[in-house]
Design a protein around this ligand. Sequence first.
Ligand SMILES: [Zn+2]
Ligand SMILES: [Zn+2]
Length: 136
Amino acid sequence: MWPLSSSVRRTEAFANMKCFTHLADDAVAICRNCSKALCPACANETSSGIACRGKCSEELEQLGAMMRASTAAHKINRGGAAYFYPAFLVVLGIVFLAEPLLSGRPPRTFPIVAGAAFTLFGLGLGVIQLVWRRRA
Ligand SMILES: [Zn+2]
Ligand SMILES: [Zn+2]
């Protein structure tokens, strides 16, 4: 009897509510954009939920699209950060190793060992990330 799908079916929660526009009609849903009560004729299902037909539906769709886009962007950023840390360690290691060459001072043991350790650790971490991401 209701022209809308299961998610807009009449529930107890809306038992005493009337449509904001059609005061004689029972409300079946609440607009997610403006929070007005909606009858089946006013309610419209969007990909992000139920909204008034027209402007609210448009706004909710846009909001949903923006949310999906920002979630996608967030995932890409996190992917980039996974490589940033190993790359940072490698660069740090190379700086340690290159320091005696750049400064012209005789190489000391600690910076060489630390530099080598940073470089190897960074490379290892990078390889792990690469393998892990290929599997995922
Ligand atoms: Zn609305
Ligand atoms: Zn209505």
